[in-house]
Ligand binder design. Structure first.
Ligand SMILES: O=C(O)CCC(=O)C(=O)O
Ligand SMILES: [Fe+2]
Length: 909
C-alpha cells in the first residue's frame, strides 16, 4: 500500500514589470483555467488549498508583482501529469510549465510507473522570464518528494537572489535588443529617404524632359520659319525699291476706278500707307489675271459665309417639310471645303455647280432635289466629312444611317494606357462610359493596375499581339510614342465588329454616340485630320479635307481583321524611306524616319482608304486656340478634346496658360469620376500567402473615393444606425444574420456601388448583400473570431482612415501542417483584404485593443484618431430579399432580428 504524505512546495513565477501584460487579465485567466484543470484532476484533499493559492497568485500577477508564490499542497497520487501553463500575449509572453506529478512522500514508496516529464518542461526557454525554482524537478520527479520541507524558505531566498541576477541579465539583453532595433530602424529610415530621393530625382528628370518637349517642337518650327524669314526679307527689299519708284506714280494710280472701289476706306495720305495701297492694288491686279490667289480666295470665303447665313434661314423653313433633303443640303453646305477622299461629294464639279445654282438663285427646292439625286448617285455621306463641329445629332434620318442595333452590335471604345497615363485613362473612359449606350464596351488595355469607374473593363496589354516597328523607324519625337505601336495589335480583336480607338489623354465633352454613325467599311480607317499648321501652310483644319491629308491617330475607327494586321506586318517588314516621302513635309522637317511612330505608318498604310471624321471628335487642345481654327473648333461644338503635348494631370503642363480653361475641364471630370473608381487588381500579385486564398490590395480606392465613402457613412442618412458595443461602434447594413434567415434591406447607394465593384473586379463571386461598418477609436479592436457559417466563405474588408494589424491564427494546427500557424496582415487605409475558403474557414482573426502595435518586422503602427472598416459579405440564409420587404410587418421583423443579433454581439464583444 502506498503511503502518502502531504507535500508542500513553492513555485516562484517571475514576471518582469516592464513586461507587464498589456492585455488585461488574459494570461491570468489562462493560468486560472489551467489550474482549475489541475485541481479537477487532483480530486482529493489538496483541492481547496491549491485553488486558493492560484486565485491569489492570479491577483498578484495582474498587479505586476515581480514574484508570485504558488503554495501547493498535494495529498493525492492523482495529482499527476498536469501542467500549468501561463500564456500571456505577445512579446511579454511568459510560458511556464511544470509538473506537479509524483508529489509523493518518497520515491521508494511510489510503486506506480515513473511519471514521464512533460515535454513543455524541456522547452521553457530562459528568455521567457520564468524562474521556476523547483530545482531538480525537471530531471526526476521522484526527487521532488525528497526536498526537505524545512529548506523551502532557504530555497526561496536563493531563488530570489538568482532571480535578481537573471533579471539584470535579461534587462541588459533587452537594452541591447532595443538598441539594435533602433539601429535597424534608423538604417531603414535612411534607406527610405534615399529611395524617396531617387524617385524625386527621376520625377524631376521626367518633368524636365516633358517641359523641354514643347520647346524642342517650337525650335523645330522656328527652324522651318527661318526660310520664310529670308524670303520675306527679300520681298521687303524689293518693296523698298518699288517704293522709291512708285511714289511719283501714286497719284495717277489713285484714279483707278476698280481699285478705288475696293480701297475707298483706306487712308492713302501718308507715304507708307500709300505704298501699302499701291502694293495692294498691284496684288489685286495680279489676282484679276492669275485665277484665285489669296485676296480673291478671302473674298470668296466671305461671300460663302454670307451665302451660308442666307441658306440657314431657308433651311430652317424647309426643315419641317423636307427633313431628309435638308440633311443632304446641310451635308453639302458643311462639306464645302472640298471633295474629301477620292473627290467624292462636294468636290465634284456637278455638286459645286448645283450648290452655286442653289445659292445664287435661291432656288432652294431645285437645289435640294438636285443634291438629293447627286447624293444618291455618287455621294457617300460616310465619306463626306462635314465641317468641323457640325455633326448631325439625330440618327436615322438618313437612309445611310444604320439602325441602332446594327451599329451597336459588338462595338468597343478601346484605349491603351501605361501607368503614367492611369489618371488619363480613368477620366477618358469614364467620360465615354457615361455617354455611350450600355451595349458598347469601354475597355482599357494596360500592363499596369488601373483604377476605372464601373462599366469600364481593364484588360491585359499582353492580350494584344505585339507589332514591331520597322528598323528604320528611328527615334520618335517623344519617347512615349514608342508605346503607341501597340495600337496596331487592336486589329486582332476580331470579337468586335468595330473598334473606336481613343488615346487616354482625351476627354469626351459632348455627344460621342454620334461617332457610331461613322462606321468604316472593311479596310478603311476613320480618323480626324491632324492640325498641320506648325509644319505646313496647307493645314487640313484651314483648308478642309483634301487629297493626301494627314490624320491624327488619337482617334481611330476601323473593323478589326487579322488579315489586315498581317498586311500591316508585311508592310512594316518591307518599309522603306520612300513610304515616308508620301507624307507632306515629313522629310523636310524630320530627317529621321518616323517621328510620329505608328501615326506616320497608319497614314502611309491607309493612304487612299482614310475616311476623314469631323474634327469635333478629336479637337487638339492647341489647335483650338490657334486663331486660324478658333471658329471651326469652338468648344461648344467639340465632342472630344485631345490633350496633345502637356497633359492636364502633369505639373509641367500648368504653365501653359493658353489652354488653362481646357485643363480645368479635365480636372472637373476628374473630380466627378475619381471617387467612383476602383482599382482593377491582378489578383496573384496581391496574395498574402502562397498557400491561402487571402489577398491584400493596397489603394483599392483612391483618396477621393475614401473621402466620398466617409462622408456617406458619417452623413445624415446613416446617423442613427450605429450601435455602441463594448469596445467599438458597429453599423449593420443590408441583411442581419439570423437563425431564421435574414430579412434584407437595400444597401445605401455608395456601399452598394462598392459591393458591385467587388464582383466586377473579381474580389467576390457574388454581389455582397451585407455590410458591417466598424468604427474603432484608438485602443479598440476586435476579439479573435471566425466570421462563421452564416455567410458564404468570402469576405472583403475595406480599411479607411487608419491602419490596424490583423492577426490570423490557425485553429487546428496539427491537421494542417502545410498552412502557416499564425501571421499578421497590416491593413493600411484604402486597402482591401479579401479572405476566402481556407483563410475564411480555418483561421480566427483579431485586432488587438491597443493604441499602437509593432509588426513582426519591427514596424511601429500608430492607430489613427479613427479607423473605419467596411466588411462585405454574402449571407448564407436569406428569408426575404430586400425587394420582397414591402410592408411594415417585415420591417418590424427586421428590426427585431437586429435587436436579437445586437445582444449576441455584445455578449461576444
Ligand atoms: O475591422 C476589421 O478590419 C475586421 C472586421 C471583422 O473582422 C468583422 O467585421 O468580422
Ligand atoms: Fe471578422
Amino acid at each position: 500500500m502506498r503511503r502518502l504524505r502531504t507535500c508542500e512546495f513553492r513555485v516562484s513565477i517571475f514576471c518582469r514589470p516592464a513586461e507587464t501584460y498589456r492585455m488585461g487579465c488574459k494570461p491570468c485567466w489562462n493560468l486560472f483555467k489551467r489550474a482549475e484543470c489541475l485541481m479537477m484532476s487532483c480530486a482529493e484533499s489538496g483541492y481547496h488549498a491549491l485553488l486558493q493559492s492560484n486565485v491569489s497568485c492570479v491577483g498578484q500577477l495582474c498587479g505586476s508583482s515581480r514574484t508570485t508564490t504558488l503554495r501547493v499542497r498535494m495529498d493525492s497520487p492523482m495529482a499527476t501529469a498536469s501542467c500549468v501553463k501561463l500564456q500571456p500575449c505577445k512579446k511579454a509572453a511568459v510560458i511556464a510549465a511544470f509538473h506537479v506529478s509524483g508529489i509523493v512522500s518518497g520515491a521508494s514508496q511510489w510503486d506506480g510507473p515513473d511519471p514521464k516529464p512533460h515535454r513543455q518542461m524541456a522547452v521553457v526557454p530562459q528568455h521567457h522570464f520564468l524562474n521556476l525554482r523547483l530545482r531538480e524537478v525537471p530531471r526526476r520527479f521522484g526527487t521532488l518528494a525528497r526536498l526537505p520541507n524545512q529548506s523551502f524558505k532557504e530555497e526561496l531566498r536563493d531563488s530570489e537572489l538568482l532571480l535578481a541576477e537573471l533579471q539584470e541579465k535579461a534587462d541588459s539583453l533587452e537594452e541591447k535588443h532595443t538598441l539594435l532595433l533602433r539601429r535597424v530602424r534608423r538604417a531603414e529610415r535612411d534607406r527610405d529617404v534615399a529611395v524617396q530621393r531617387s524617385a524625386e530625382v527621376e520625377v524631376a528628370v521626367r518633368q524636365l524632359r516633358e517641359e523641354a518637349a514643347p520647346v524642342i517642337a517650337r525650335f523645330m518650327e522656328s527652324e522651318a520659319c527661318s526660310e520664310d524669314l529670308v524670303r520675306l526679307k527679300e520681298e521687303m527689299a524689293a518693296c523698298k525699291e518699288e517704293l522709291a519708284e512708285g511714289l511719283p506714280k501714286l497719284a495717277e494710280l489713285e484714279d483707278d476706278e476698280e481699285f478705288d472701289k475696293e480701297e475707298t476706306s483706306r487712308n492713302t495720305s501718308k507715304p507708307f500707307e500709300r505704298l501699302e495701297a499701291r502694293m495692294s492694288k498691284q496684288r489685286w491686279q495680279k489676282e484679276q489675271t492669275a485665277g484665285k490667289p489669296l485676296a480673291i480666295h478671302q473674298r470668296v470665303r466671305q461671300r460663302k459665309e454670307a451665302e451660308k447665313a442666307e441658306c440657314a434661314g431657308a433651311l430652317a423653313q424647309l426643315e419641317a417639310q423636307h427633313t431628309e433633303e435638308v440633311w443632304v443640303v446641310a451635308m453639302a453646305v458643311n462639306g464645302d471645303g472640298g471633295g474629301g477622299e477620292g473627290g467624292q461629294g462636294l468636290g465634284s464639279g456637278e455638286a459645286k455647280r448645283a450648290r452655286r445654282g442653289y445659292w445664287r438663285d435661291g432656288a432652294v427646292l431645285r437645289a435640294v432635289s438636285l443634291l438629293t439625286t447627286l447624293h444618291k448617285q455618287d455621294l457617300s455621306p460616310s465619306f463626306a466629312a462635314p465641317e468641323h463641329g457640325e455633326i448631325r445629332e439625330a440618327q436615322g434620318s438618313s437612309p445611310e444611317v444604320r439602325t441602332p442595333t446594327e451599329t451597336r452590335r459588338r462595338t468597343a471604345f478601346v484605349s491603351l494606357a501605361t501607368e503614367d497615363y492611369g489618371r488619363g485613362a480613368l477620366v477618358m473612359s469614364a467620360s465615354m462610359r457615361t455617354r455611350l449606350p450600355e451595349d458598347v464596351d469601354v475597355v482599357v488595355f494596360s500592363d499596369a493596375e488601373l483604377a476605372v469607374v464601373p462599366g469600364v473593363s481593364v484588360r491585359e496589354l499582353e492580350d494584344l499581339p505585339k507589332v514591331s516597328p520597322p528598323q528604320q523607324a528611328g527615334e520618335p519625337l517623344m519617347p512615349h510614342f514608342r508605346f503607341c505601336w501597340r495600337k496596331l495589335g487592336l486589329w486582332a480583336l476580331e470579337e468586335y465588329d468595330v473598334i473606336f480607338y481613343l488615346d487616354s489623354d482625351m476627354l469626351a465633352v459632348g455627344d460621342v454616340a454620334g461617332l457610331l454613325d461613322f462606321l468604316p467599311e472593311e479596310g478603311q480607317l476613320g480618323a480626324v485630320p491632324s492640325c498641320e499648321c506648325w509644319r505646313s501652310e496647307s493645314c487640313t483644319y484651314t483648308l478642309g479635307p483634301r487629297e493626301g491629308l494627314y490624320v491624327n491617330a488619337g482617334l481611330l475607327c476601323f473593323r478589326p481583321s487579322m488579315l489586315e494586321l498581317g498586311k500591316m506586318r508585311e508592310a512594316l517588314a518591307n518599309w522603306t524611306f520612300s513610304e515616308r516621302d508620301a507624307q507632306p513635309n515629313a522629310a523636310h522637317f524630320f530627317p529621321e524616319a518616323m517621328p510620329f511612330a505608328e501615326q506616320d505608318f497608319l497614314n502611309s498604310f491607309f493612304r487612299g482608304r482614310i475616311r476623314p471624321l469631323p474634327s469635333a471628335f478629336n479637337a487638339l487642345q492647341h489647335a483650338m486656340k490657334n486663331p486660324k481654327h478658333m471658329a471651326a473648333l469652338e468648344l461648344e461644338k467639340c465632342r472630344i478634346l485631345h490633350y496633345v503635348m502637356g497633359k492636364p494631370w502633369e505639373r509641367a503642363s500648368r504653365v501653359d496658360e493658353d489652354v488653362a480653361d481646357l485643363r480645368a475641364l479635365w480636372w472637373q471630370a476628374w473630380k466627378d469620376n475619381a471617387s467612383k473608381a476602383c482599382l482593377h487588381p491582378r489578383w496573384e500579385r496581391h496574395r498574402v500567402h502562397a498557400a491561402l486564398p487571402l489577398f491584400l490590395v493596397k489603394d483599392f480606392v483612391n483618396v477621393e473615393g475614401e473621402a466620398s465613402l466617409i462622408s456617406e457613412i458619417y452623413g445624415e442618412e446613416l446617423k442613427g444606425r450605429w450601435t455602441q458595443l463594448r469596445r467599438r461602434r458597429l453599423m449593420c447594413l443590408g441583411g442581419v444574420p439570423h437563425p431564421d434567415g435574414a430579412i434584407c434591406e437595400d444597401l445605401p447607394q455608395a456601399i452598394f456601388q462598392l459591393g458591385s465593384n467587388l464582383v466586377r473586379v473579381g474580389a467576390t463571386e457574388g454581389p455582397p448583400n451585407q455590410c458591417f461598418i466598424n468604427h474603432y477609436s484608438p485602443g479598440e479592436g476586435i476579439d479573435a473570431h471566425c466570421d462563421g457559417p452564416q455567410f458564404h466563405p468570402e469576405v472583403a474588408i475595406l480599411t479607411l482612415e487608419g491602419p490596424a494589424l490583423l492577426h490570423f491564427g490557425l485553429v487546428e494546427k496539427k491537421a494542417y501542417p502545410h498552412l502557416p500557424p499564425r501571421f499578421e496582415v497590416l491593413l493600411e487605409p484604402r486597402s482591401l483584404l479579401v479572405m476566402r475558403g481556407e483563410a475564411y474557414n480555418l483561421y480566427v482573426h483579431r485586432i488587438d485593443h491597443a493604441e499602437a502595435e509593432t509588426t513582426r518586422d519591427g514596424l511601429e503602427v500608430q492607430r489613427a484618431r479613427r479607423r473605419t472598416s467596411l466588411t462585405f459579405r454574402r449571407l448564407a440564409h436569406v428569408k426575404l430579399e430586400s425587394k420582397d420587404v414591402k410592408g411594415e410587418a417585415e420591417r418590424l421583423g427586421r428590426q427585431a432580428q437586429w435587436r436579437w443579433f445586437a445582444t449576441q454581439l455584445s455578449e461576444f464583444d
